[in-house]
Design a protein around this ligand. Structure first.
Ligand code: ZN
Length: 289
C-alpha cells in the first residue's frame, strides 16, 4: 500500500480527534502532506472502523484523488488551499463544541491564557461560508497566514502544524481555551493578555526549548552507546514539554515576533500587560445582534 505509514497516522489522528471529544460522528477531517501528495480522511466513513486503506491520496497540484480511492473529505478544497499557500505539513479541522459556539457570538477568541501563544495569539473568527466551498477554502488559507489556528463562523476550527501530532494538539488547546473563556465569562469580565505579553511568552518558550535541547545533547554525549549498541530511542523529553516548546520556527508556525526590549520584565510591567476588563460573553453576543 502506498504511503501506508502516513495513512495510518491519519487514521490514528482521526480516532484521537474523536476520543478527545473534538468531533462527533464523521464530522471534522485530518490530513498530512507527503511530498506532493495530500493524505486525507475519506468522506463519511466512521473513524472507529476506518482503516489506512480507506484514507485517500490526492495529488496536490491537480487536486484529483489517485485512482481507486474513496471520496476524499468534503473539505478537500480547504486542505489543498492551505497546503498551496502555507508551509505546513498537517491540518486538523474540527467542529469542537466550545470553539464552534464561540464563533456564533464573538469575532475572536481573546488571549485569556498564555497557551494561546502557540496558536499565534488571539484566534480570529472568519466570516461564514458554506462547507466545502472554494470561498471557505480561500478564507481559511489566508486566515492562517502568520498563525496556526482560525475559527470559522457557525462552523468550527482549523489548526495546522509541522506534523499531525502538533496540529491535533493545537485543536485540543484551542478547544480548551474556548471552554476556559466560556467558563470565565460566566463569572465576570475575564482579564486578557496583550500582544506584548504573548510575544514575551513566545520568547520565553524559545529560551526553554534551547535550554532543553542543550540538556538533551549533553545527556546524549554522556550516555552515548558504544558503536556496537543499537541506537537510542529519541529522547522522551521531546514529547513531554508543551508542544509549542518543541518547535523552533518550524514550518507553519507564525513568524517570529520581535523579541520584547526586556524579556526579563518586572512584575509591575507584566501586570500592565494584563488588560481588563474584557466583554463578557453575553455582552459580546448582544453587541453582535
Ligand atoms: Zn467542517
Amino acid at each position: 500500500m502506498r504511503l501506508k505509514a502516513e495513512r495510518q497516522a491519519v487514521v490514528d489522528a482521526a480516532r484521537r480527534m474523536t476520543e478527545s471529544g473534538l468531533v462527533v460522528n464523521t464530522s471534522g477531517n485530518v490530513s498530512i502532506l507527503a511530498g506532493d501528495t495530500v493524505v486525507i480522511t475519506p468522506s463519511s466513513i466512521a473513524y472507529d472502523t476506518m482503516t489506512a486503506e480507506d484514507v485517500c491520496l490526492v495529488d496536490l497540484a491537480s487536486g484529483r484523488a489517485l485512482p481507486g480511492m474513496l471520496h476524499p473529505s468534503s473539505e478537500l478544497p480547504l486542505h489543498l488551499a492551505v497546503y498551496r499557500s502555507q508551509k505546513v505539513n498537517a491540518i486538523v479541522h474540527t467542529h469542537s463544541l466550545y470553539a464552534t459556539a464561540l464563533t456564533t457570538v464573538m469575532d475572536k477568541l481573546p488571549a485569556i491564557h498564555y497557551q494561546i501563544a502557540d496558536l499565534g495569539g488571539s484566534v480570529p473568527v472568519l466570516p461564514y461560508a458554506r462547507f466545502g466551498s472554494k470561498e471557505l477554502a480561500t478564507m481559511v488559507a489566508a486566515g492562517l497566514d502568520g498563525r496556526t489556528a482560525v475559527l470559522m463562523k457557525n462552523h468550527g476550527a482549523t489548526t495546522i502544524g509541522p506534523d499531525l501530532p502538533r496540529a491535533l494538539a493545537r485543536s485540543i488547546t484551542l478547544e480548551w481555551i474556548a471552554k476556559l473563556y466560556h467558563q470565565a465569562a460566566l463569572l465576570g469580565n475575564p482579564a486578557l493578555l496583550d500582544d506584548a505579553e504573548i510575544a514575551a511568552v513566545l520568547a520565553a518558550q524559545r529560551d526553554l526549548v534551547a535550554s532543553r535541547d542543550r540538556a538533551i545533547a549533553e545527556r546524549g554525549s554522556v550516555m552515548a552507546p558504544p558503536p556496537s549498541s543499537p541506537a537510542l530511542s529519541p529522547p522522551r523529553g521531546g514529547n513531554q514539554l508543551p508542544l509549542s516548546l518543541g518547535e523552533k520556527g518550524a514550518p507553519g508556525d507564525p513568524p517570529r515576533r520581535p523579541r520584547p526590549h526586556d524579556s526579563r520584565s518586572t512584575t509591575s510591567e507584566r501586570q500592565r500587560r494584563i488588560r481588563t476588563p474584557a466583554r463578557p460573553l453575553r455582552d459580546a453576543a448582544a453587541g453582535k445582534r
